[in-house]
Write a protein that binds this ligand. Structure first.
Ligand code: GUN
Length: 281
């Protein structure tokens, strides 16, 4: 029987800490603000952006919302980013992904000032993470580290296996686990014998993007299993990349879906917004 890592409760603690930090700054006359840019009508992105605005409200962070039409040109978007980069009253800038086809995502992310890049996607921040310098860290992997630490799970010296090598989750996850002195292996679609590797993991982070892909045959007895995936099943219910029913009996700790990693992403975004005041100071 695994202990369930309660991402909802942990994310609330993080947001409450941010809220206190924001209140402290307010007393000094400093306001924390986040500009959120949404281009087009992707329904999922609309929901994410709304949740980000709600979290800002909860934490006392001012959110500036820019909702641009689907046919917005890359040039117009870059102009807006340039304007926000130059504004002293904007601490953080977030462009919701994916962007409509025709807009070059890399060019857009590169245009955000690394000092305002609260998503941690800018190459400067990615580079800082890889050499252990302070900068913004991608919110989902940063949230996973908080889930582990706040559950009292030791990372140092542990065999950590990450499935997935995306720029947003897999790669920064590996860097963060390494920073915490884990012994880290990253697996991906070309990994020759995936089970052989994942079976070695004390801490297994699954960000593969395939519903219920990881069952008990991938997991060592007593491993900590962190599920980054989220999928809507045909029956309308959500599930992760991990087959929870099969893995829960063999794991020591496990994150549920929903209510595990998901809520941490926005909480860490709020944390990064608060941090942006120091980074910009
Ligand atoms: N789309 C899906 N996840 C994210 C995220 O963490 N940040 C941004 N900007 N867009 C996303």
């Amino acid at each position: 029987m695994a202990k369930i890592i309660d991402g909802k409760a942990i994310s609330l603690s993080v947001k409450d800490e941010v809220k206190s930090g924001v209140e402290e700054l307010k007393k000094q006359g400093i306001e924390v603000s986040l500009a959120v840019i949404l281009v087009g009508n992707d329904p999922a992105s609309g929901v994410y952006v709304n949740n980000k605005k709600k979290a800002c409200e909860y934490c006392g962070i001012r959110s500036l919302s820019y909702e641009l039409p689907e046919d917005t040109s890359e040039e117009k978007l870059l102009e807006l980013i340039d304007e926000l980069n130059g504004r002293d009253d904007v601490n953080g800038i977030l462009v919701q992904l994916p962007l409509p086809s025709g807009i070059n995502e890399d060019r857009v992310l590169d245009a955000i000032s690394p000092l305002k890049d609260v998503d941690g996607f800018h190459p400067v921040n990615v580079g800082k993470l890889s050499i252990g310098k302070k900068g913004f860290v991608s919110c989902t992997p940063a949230g996973v580290i908080q889930l582990l630490k706040r559950s009292g799970i030791e990372i140092s010296g542990k065999e950590c296996v990450v499935i997935g090598r995306s720029n947003i989750v897999g790669k920064p996850m590996a860097m963060l686990l390494l920073k915490e002195n884990g012994t880290v292996t990253v697996c991906h679609s070309r990994t020759a014998d995936l089970k052989e590797v994942t079976k070695r993991a004390d801490i297994l982070v699954v960000a593969i993007g395939k519903p219920k892909f990881v069952d008990d045959s991938y997991v060592k007895d007593g491993a900590v299993v962190i599920d980054v995936g989220i999928h809507r099943q045909d029956n309308g219910k959500l599930c992760g990349d991990v087959d929870y029913e099969k893995v829960e009996p063999v794991a020591s700790y496990i994150t549920p879906v929903p209510g595990g990693v998901g809520p941490m992403t926005i909480a860490m975004l709020m944390h990064n917004c608060l941090d942006s005041v120091n980074i910009n100071a």
